[in-house]
Write a protein that binds this ligand. Structure first.
Ligand code: ZN
Length: 91
């Protein structure tokens, strides 16, 4: 088992972008700001709600629901940024 350290960094999920990011950032700044504002807000809200359920005394289903909401928001944001990136350079 060599050359495989557990990394707390990941790559920006936008197509063609290989910026390395700390785990708490979903994507690099230029890509993040291409995500529609409402979707950015939803990702942030969902993430905070998920953290809150993790900290509090919640049943497993509540935590899973919060996680599912965050994942859905994250996927939407990634899909949005890739749709915009694939549409060509910003005007
Ligand atoms: Zn990026």
């Amino acid at each position: 088992m060599r050359g495989r350290t557990v990394s707390n960094r990941h790559q920006c999920p936008a197509v063609g972008c290989n910026v390395s990011l700390p785990r708490h950032l979903l994507m690099c700044r230029p890509h993040w700001y291409r995500v529609p504002r409402a979707l950015r807000a939803e990702v942030n809200d969902a993430w905070k709600a998920y953290l809150a359920t993790c900290r509090g005394k919640h049943d497993h289903d509540t935590v899973l629901q919060a996680l599912a909401r965050y994942r859905a928001a994250r996927e939407s944001a990634i899909a949005a940024v890739n749709r915009i990136a694939n549409a060509g350079p910003a005007p």
